[in-house]
Write a protein that binds this ligand. Structure first.
Ligand code: PLP
Length: 278
């Protein structure tokens, strides 16, 4: 939209930004200011980029605060991380944070919030005379109902309710990961994440029935507040049963996902032996 040059930064195997690649790309483009999109919970693996390491890298590469802008895309995790640590804070030189209302909060229609500094809002906003209000959106149109859903959801849960949801989701994600691992299934769970990445189930019908989102040989389960232990137990036992059928002849094997989720998390025949011996 802005016709600006952009650089894609590599990621590590867990989905987090590769900070050495960031450094390299910053140094290659030293003559230009940088706008950095920091992801607080990547879509598929739930990886959280480390804002502090990114700030440190910018400083090391000679970027003063007036030559960078950091946006934190915290679509899913923005409502979780504040209960875990102080990673996102306007005490740090970040420019904006966005969260989606239809993800962790469960609003029934797409909506979101962008929090930014007043100076930017004042710069961008125009006073729209006929609506007697200021507007900073690109299109100029906004849904007036969604803020009410957001407000309702936040007030109904309250801080304590949200905090409990976060804890339950993280505990349940760990429960799912541990149980899948115990069953010899390839699985990865990033720290402070509610997204469990596992080997892609072989049967398309199983994937469809559980509405699993898949990429390459991976699938993921996002452990949201509405997910109960009972649902997880049903999922685990059905997957374990089905796997026995898929792989019973010994000729077909579960996919190797070492490259995508790390060798230590892969339970394919090759990595299983390697992990045991190491
Ligand atoms: C990291 C990340 N950013 C942005 C989005 C899109 O957010 P929205 O649905 O609010 O446009 C998603 C959705 O999955 C996401 O995972």
């Amino acid at each position: 939209m802005y016709r600006m040059d952009s650089e894609t930064i590599n990621t590590s195997v867990n989905g987090e930004m590769d900070y050495s690649d960031l450094r390299e790309k910053l140094l290659q483009n030293k003559d230009k200011p940088a706008i950095i999109n920091v992801t607080i919970g990547t879509t598929f693996k739930g990886a959280i980029d480390d804002v502090d390491v990114i700030l440190e890298t910018l400083k090391d590469c000679g970027y003063s605060q007036d030559r960078f802008y950091i946006h934190c895309d915290a679509a899913l995790c923005g409502l979780m991380t504040p209960f875990i640590n102080n990673m996102i804070s306007f005490k740090k030189p970040i420019g904006s944070v966005t969260i989606s209302g239809h993800k962790f909060l469960g609003c029934p229609m797409p909506c979101g919030v962008q929090i930014t500094r007043k100076s930017y809002i004042n710069n961008l906003s125009t006073n729209v005379e006929y609506i007697a209000s200021v507007d900073a959106t690109i299109s100029g149109s906004r849904n007036g109902l969604t803020p009410i859903f957001l407000w309702y959801s936040l007030s109904a849960k309250g801080q304590i309710g949200l905090q409990k949801d976060v804890k339950r989701c993280l505990d349940n994600a760990k429960y799912l990961k541990d149980h899948l691992q115990k069953e010899g299934i390839s699985v990865m769970l990033n720290e402070l994440s509610n997204i469990v990445v596992l080997e892609r189930p072989r049967d398309h019908e199983f994937v469809r029935r559980w509405q699993l989102s898949c990429v390459k040989d991976m699938a993921h389960v996002i452990v949201m507040p509405g997910i109960t232990r009972e649902m997880l137990d049903n999922f685990i036992s059905e997957l374990v049963q089905q796997r026995k059928q898929w792989y019973q002849d010994g000729k077909t094997e579960a996919p190797c996902v070492g490259e995508d989720i790390g060798a230590q998390n892969c339970a394919c025949t090759y990595h299983k032996i390697e992990n045991i011996s190491s």
